[in-house]
Design a protein around this ligand. Structure first.
Ligand code: AOF
Ligand code: ZN
Length: 361
């Protein structure tokens, strides 16, 4: 039996099993959009007898896989689900009915489904069938798992994350930390979990800049490349087909577009004036739940989009990487620095609502 059973030192309670559901759900990170990531665990007599997660929109839901896995053992068991079981016929039949049919005794739910066609009707349906239902276990963890789905479901708009790197004295930097791009690094993970990424065309010039998630079998987001007048030649590094073809070039109407290398399958769109709102509108029509605005390459390419984004509240989240360098530069009190000074053993702490960094020279 390969199912992961609790270790002796684990505190076994409802929270434990919901966290296991979240862990299972995350196996499909990047693949479920516009659906949520959901995990389900069936527990009987203190033993996990079934596990499942929702692998992809259009495929069966987490509960169906977990119930299949448990077989007859689901009878009188407790089903843990990170999201309220659905109660509607979508691309797949209602999970409430599957749970009732399998005769589970209890259902423990992480969070209610914000989808208006589900919204607590799943809970009610289970209760009406005589099943004991608990709602809101590890709710924060479950909400953060599906922050993009929740925002998209409630507003109809994609969840937008702004990301940038800066030096210790707060200057925007082009580079990323080396670990950031590696498998398991935060940047590689961000790429995998977003449906699209907006980037400057100058970020495409170098192969090392080209944003690819290094997670095994990762979802690669659509790369939306901003083409500014000054750089109308786009050089796309030679990459594997499946990566290079997911490219959309956004330009202003009168700009001629030339591309090099692997330009097949590259889509392009032009606007009178390129605006973040128009780009997000396009993403919305593609059914995207999440978009990353990545400030790499020439930061000045983003000036207008950033202004618009902040003025119109288009950003939901910010991810900032602080690199351990002091770089000087024109507007810095450290402008006399002509060498990069690197700090060692950087650590971060939360102090009230600030993040405190400590490093050593
Ligand atoms: C669940 N378990 O694993 C997921 C749920 O088109 P469908 O049939 O896939 O339905 C999509 C909706 O079902 C989705 O918007 C969300 O409300 C819910 N997702 N529900 O019980 C799951 N993925
Ligand atoms: Zn379902």
């Amino acid at each position: 039996d390969i199912k992961q059973q609790p270790k002796q030192e684990d505190k076994i309670d409802d929270s434990y099993y919901i966290r296991r559901c979240v862990e299972l759900a995350r196996k499909a990170i990047g693949y479920t959009s516009p659906n949520p990531m959901v995990g389900c665990v069936i527990v009987k007599d203190g033993k996990i007898v079934g596990e499942g997660f929702h692998p992809k929109a259009g495929q069966p839901h987490a509960e169906v896989f977990a119930l299949r896995d448990a077989g007859d053992l689901a009878e009188n068991a407790t089903a843990y689900v990170s999201l309220e079981p659905c109660n509607h016929y979508g691309r797949t039949p209602p999970c409430t009915e599957a749970l009732i049919k399998a005769k589970v005794r209890n259902v423990v739910i992480g969070m209610v489904d914000p989808n208006p066609i589900v919204a607590s009707t799943g809970v009610k349906k289970l209760q009406d069938a005589g099943i004991e239902v608990t709602v809101g276990v590890e709710e924060e963890v479950c909400r953060s798992l599906n922050e993009a789905y929740i925002h998209h479901m409630l507003t109809g708009k994609p969840f937008v994350t702004l990301r940038y790197s800066m030096s210790l004295e707060g200057h925007l930097l082009n580079q990323l930390g080396e670990e950031a791009v590696e498998c398991g690094g935060y940047y590689s993970k961000l790429l995998q979990e977003n449906d699209a990424i907006i980037l400057s065309s100058s970020a495409l010039a170098e192969k090392s800049y080209f944003p690819i998630s290094k997670e095994p079998g990762a979802n690669q987001p659509l790369k939306i490349v901003l083409l500014k007048s000054s750089n109308s030649l786009i050089q796309i590094p030679a990459l594997k087909d499946n990566v290079a073809s997911k490219l959309l070039i956004i330009s202003e109407k009168d700009k001629s577009l030339e591309t090099q290398n692997g330009s097949e399958g590259i889509q392009s769109l032009s606007f009178d004036v390129v605006s973040l709102l128009e780009i997000l509108e396009h993403c919305k029509h593609q059914g995207f739940c999440s978009v990353l605005l990545d400030l790499r390459g020439n930061n000045m390419d983003f000036e207008d989009l950033l202004k618009e984004g902040f003025e119109q509240n288009l950003f939901q989240k910010v991810v900032v990487e602080v690199l351990p360098f002091l770089c000087g530069g024109e507007e810095s009190a450290l402008k006399y620095l002509d060498l990069k000074v690197k700090a060692k053993k950087l650590t971060s702490f939360i102090s009230g609502s600030s993040v405190l960094l400590e490093g050593y020279f």
